[in-house]
Ligand binder design. Structure first.
Ligand code: GLN
Length: 391
């Protein structure tokens, strides 16, 4: 007789240090209970016509076989040209741009390409939940730097203390999921100075680059002095063009880093869907006027959800970017932690959030839940009615 049950003996330990995605679990619970899904950040409204039409055209034109592993030439060219127009960076699309299956694969490629077993990787918290499994699968040891207070401020002393000779990289995510923080140039300069001083890499997740509100400005850390050569920038089409199911992301990095990223990408996924890459190229070639419209649309949605949450008694900070609100439910008199509260909201109120603890390694998220406003105004209005008890 085997000494332990078969499955456990055959399962690698690295899978035991992280759990199934809480965000996607909340989506399943929302569906089960008929709750409005303000948990998972994906749009429930149509993608723009110009990108859908381009995909239909691409399939009809029989762009249906593998694209070049690191991305179709047209899309890489469109990414490089857009990066030049918006941020002034001169990229060689043949050596410095790689198309991936979503920003999720891009982040995994980055970690696998640069991290040695046991290396330290610094991450700000609250953090996007993927970074924990990414670290576990690549062998990284995460070092957390907590953002403090209402406006998720960096404590410069704490940030410096996190850096050492063991630091391989720091992960930056701006505009930030879940906090809605848009890192200022001064904050990024602080990070950049430490990267240069300790000779570390920066892996920056900028998937929400075009979802920025009010007077806030998205600054890619790769544009700061001395940073391009040590930065891997991640972005993608999912959030900008409301096509999260297309799984299109990309990596921008200097040629030597890109060589390593491409090898990992090649053997993980071969490549992203060819017709959708074509559609993405067509879209990016003509979307400059669309990006501000996107930010305006999300400004209206932010207003609806923020008002409802505050009226319902949550304490929340107005996000500067991305499409999430972290809401403190301490004022609601609920006894129990964030997970119990999320279940209560789904089952009794009919609105699904994500428990705050998914974004913290300690217990700092236990009085928080995250809501997304990446939904139609009708969905947000109905969720608002439910939150305010007017179901
Ligand atoms: N980025 C989206 C979110 O944060 C979706 C993530 C996911 O499916 N895990 O909700």
């Amino acid at each position: 007789m085997p000494s332990s049950p078969l499955p456990r003996r055959h399962i690698a330990r690295r899978t035991s240090v992280f759990n199934e995605s809480v965000i996607r679990e909340m989506t399943r619970l929302a569906m089960m209970h008929g709750a409005m899904n303000l948990a998972q950040g994906f749009p429930d409204f149509p993608a723009p016509d110009f990108i859908k039409q381009a995909a239909i055209d691409a399939i009809r034109a029989d762009i249906n076989q593998y694209a070049i592993t690191w991305g179709s030439p047209r899309l890489r060219k469109a990414i490089a040209a857009k990066t030049k127009r918006f941020y002034g960076l001169d990229l060689d699309p043949d050596r410095e741009v790689t198309v991936t299956c979503g920003a999720t694969e891009a982040m995994m490629c980055a970690m696998l390409a640069v991290v040695e077993e046991g290396d330290e990787v610094i991450v700000f918290e609250p953090f996007y939940e993927n970074y924990v499994p990414d670290a576990a699968m690549s062998g990284a040891r995460l070092v957390f730097v907590t953002l403090h207070g209402e406006d998720f401020a960096i404590d410069p002393g704490e940030l410096r203390a996190a850096f050492s000779s063991r630091t391989r990289a720091i992960i930056v995510n701006t505009p930030n999921n879940p906090s809605g923080k848009v890192f200022t140039r001064a904050e990024l300069e602080l990070v950049a100075g430490l990267c240069r001083e300790f000779d570390t890499l920066c892996i920056t997740d900028e998937i929400y680059e075009h979802i920025v509100y009010d007077a806030n400005v998205h600054v890619p850390i790769a544009t700061l002095p001395g940073m391009y050569e040590r930065t891997i920038t991640i972005s993608g089409l999912s959030k900008t063009f409301s096509v999260t199911g297309w799984r299109l992301g990309y990596l921008i990095a200097p040629a030597e880093l890109t060589d390593a990223l491409r090898k990992v990408h090649d053997f993980l996924t071969v490549g992203a869907p060819a017709p959708l890459q074509e559609a993405a190229a067509v879209a990016m070639e003509q979307a400059d006027a669309y990006y501000p419209e996107l930010a305006e649309m999300y400004t209206r949605k932010r207003g609806i959800l923020l008002r409802a949450l505050r009226e319902a008694g949550f304490a929340c900070h107005q996000p500067q970017g991305a499409y999430y609100i972290m809401a403190d439910f301490s004022g609601l008199g609920f006894e129990g932690d964030d997970t119990a509260f999320a279940h209560h909201l789904i089952e009794q109120v009919g609105v699904a959030p994500v428990p705050g603890s998914s974004f913290y390694h300690g217990d700092a998220g236990n009085r928080l839940v995250r809501f997304t406003f990446s939904k139609s105004e009708e969905t947000l209005e109905e969720a608002s009615r439910r939150l305010m008890g007017r179901r």
